[in-house]
Design a protein around this ligand. Sequence first.
Ligand code: ATP
Ligand code: MG
Length: 416
Amino acid sequence: MTQLQPPRGTKDLIGEDQRRHTHIVTVARAAAATYGFEEWSTPIFEDTRVFARTLGDTSDVVTKEMYTFEDRGGDSVTLRPENTAGICRALVTNGLTQSLPQKVFYAGPMFRYERPQKGRYRQFTQIGAELIGAAEPLADAETIALGRDILAELGLGAEITLELNTLGDGESRAAWRAALVDYFSARREQLSAESQARLARNPLRILDSKDPADRALVAEAPAIAPFLTPESATFYDRLRNYLTQLGVAFVENPRIVRGLDYYNHTAFEFVTNRLGAQGTVMAGGRYDGLVAEMGGPPTPAVGWAAGVERLAMLLEVPPSLPRPVAVIPMDPESEAVALALLQEVRRAGVRAEIAYRGNAKRRFERANRIGASAALLIGEAERASETVIVRDLESGKQQTLSRRDAVRHLTQPLVP
Ligand code: ATP
Ligand code: MG
């Protein structure tokens, strides 16, 4: 029989891989809470219009990457390629445009039909933050600061750089776009076929191209700065000031644009040079137009998303499971007492294991095999005196304690 494989571009998370993911999400969730971001979960599939309408039909995601299908009832549904659209849909659906601002954190799987490679999968996990209902640059600065704190907490602060840009307001962007069209049109022959198509539909996206020939042209392309309206320039100034006040270091990169079409003003990426072409670990910006496109009132918003797989590849020390304590009944009659003790130890927050079978010798062997730090032994004498022998499996030293003291002993010195 042929061995079944996971679908191309997906993978199983087992052991250390899952621990890395869990660690990242746990750290992010805790940091988000300190900034007052509350977690939401939205469906992993949505009405296709949620994405088709808002991502813009010229974005790569909509044109090439969506998992879209008709369900048995004939409705077109799409596995979410990202979660900003879903969060905005939920905001409108739940009437929350009346209670702003909303500060939202999320974590979960996303789906894009891409060519799989290192750091690029068809199912991947994002963590993300959205601050909806605040138009001031302090909101952008806080959202970015949260991202930076999460990366720092993961121990990645030193090797990840925040790159910052502005896309200005509509007027600034229209003028910049015209300059880009002039510039690229004059060099049309040198552009990749894909970017030639972008030139007509969405020239800003050329700046985001990964094609080496395009990148050379992009390096010399006009930046937005001279086209910024005074209001846009002020917004960007204030953002940079706030970031400095919040202690967030950044470098300006005039080539940063967002892949999706609904962004304005702030655009940023946290990048590393350790992941090759997949060096962007966290990306975001301001998207004041999106909630209205979802059928809500005009509502300013800013947010980011980060790829958990890419962060997981960067983590130096994979978090490990705590070493267990092994509970060992020395004879069959002691099993009931051992089970009671086992549960007591677990309730105290210590990982505890019991072997499912075998005599005391076999159980000792197993305790060593699973890396137990200590063994709790109960035999006839301990049953009679309501005590337990605590043996340190590192030093071999042992002592007899009351059960209560044994549990206390484990929750203090022995737990790594
Ligand atoms: P890229 O330029 O790498 O294709 P993107 O602009 O499509 O990224 P976003 O839509 O901004 O990515 O998503 C935010 C983050 O999610 C990315 O910076 C990246 O860390 C992660 N990400 C995006 N697509 C994938 C994928 N296919 N596999 C793994 N992680 C991904
Ligand atoms: Mg992409």
